[in-house]
Ligand binder design. Structure first.
Ligand SMILES: Nc1nc2c(ncn2[C@@H]2O[C@H](COP(=O)(O)OP(=O)(O)OP(=O)(O)O)[C@@H](O)[C@H]2O)c(=O)[nH]1
Length: 208
């Protein structure tokens, strides 16, 4: 995956969504991927997004990556952002077992309820592997869950950047291999018929 030089010219716009419990590191993963940096972040209020241009398999892509708040009080608001997503990254913290348990209790159910695209690609990501001594969810458990729910799977660290780029790249490659997600009329349309652009005001959601 290469960063694209031209910001104007792209073959496909892809909508990706990050979900998972509060504090698992969704915003940190996004910052690590888009800015190569790691810093202390405040909990997300509602929804945020970042744009990144990359080239994957010779295709120029404009990624609109939506970062949802994990806190329950924002759940009604964040559910509307599943619409039209071609890829969903479900994040848990390998050092906090309840964030893994909540994948089946909450997040897989949310995907079933709110995803509009039946072929949407799901990726399970176990974050914070730099804290190996605090680990409470084994890699095998992650693999088993991903197999059961038909997700791609990787463990990563937003802090050290281990596997961060790979998470996005694997997801994007799978999307590019799925023609229905790129068809005209879906959100992954070619730029000339893309009408609905995320704006700053979309991202600054108000509290409930
Ligand atoms: N050690 C370590 N800490 C991390 C990592 N990723 C995130 N953190 C820390 O975990 C805490 C929560 O990170 P966030 O990125 O704000 O979590 P979030 O999932 O976006 O949380 P919400 O916005 O509330 O949903 C912060 O203190 C981060 O610095 C990581 O890979 N390793």
């Amino acid at each position: 995956m290469e960063a694209s030089s031209s910001q104007q010219d792209f073959d496909y716009l892809l909508k990706l969504l990050l979900i998972g419990d509060s504090g698992v590191g969704k915003s940190s993963l996004l910052l690590s991927f888009t800015s190569n940096s790691f810093e202390e972040l405040s909990p997300t209020i509602g929804v945020d997004f970042k744009i990144k241009h990359v080239t994957v398999s010779g295709k120029k892509l404009k990624l609109a990556i939506w970062d949802t708040a994990g806190q329950e009080r924002f759940r009604t608001l964040t559910s509307s952002y599943y619409r039209g997503a071609q890829g969903i990254i479900m994040v848990y913290d390998v050092t906090r077992r309840e964030t893994f348990t909540n994948l089946s209790e909450i997040w897989a159910k949310e995907i079933d309820l709110y995803t509009t695209n039946p072929d949407c690609i799901k990726m399970l990501v176990g974050n914070k592997v730099d804290k190996e001594t605090d680990r409470s969810v084994s890699k095998k458990e992650g693999i088993d869950f991903a197999r059961q729910y038909g997700c791609l799977f990787l463990e990563c660290s937003a802090k050290t950047r281990v596997n961060v780029e790979q998470c996005f790249e694997e997801l994007i490659l799978k999307i590019l291999e799925t023609p229905s997600l790129l068809a005209e009329g879906s959100v992954g349309v070619k730029k000339n018929i893309f009408k609905q652009k995320p704006t700053e005001s979309d991202a600054t959601s108000s509290c409930c």
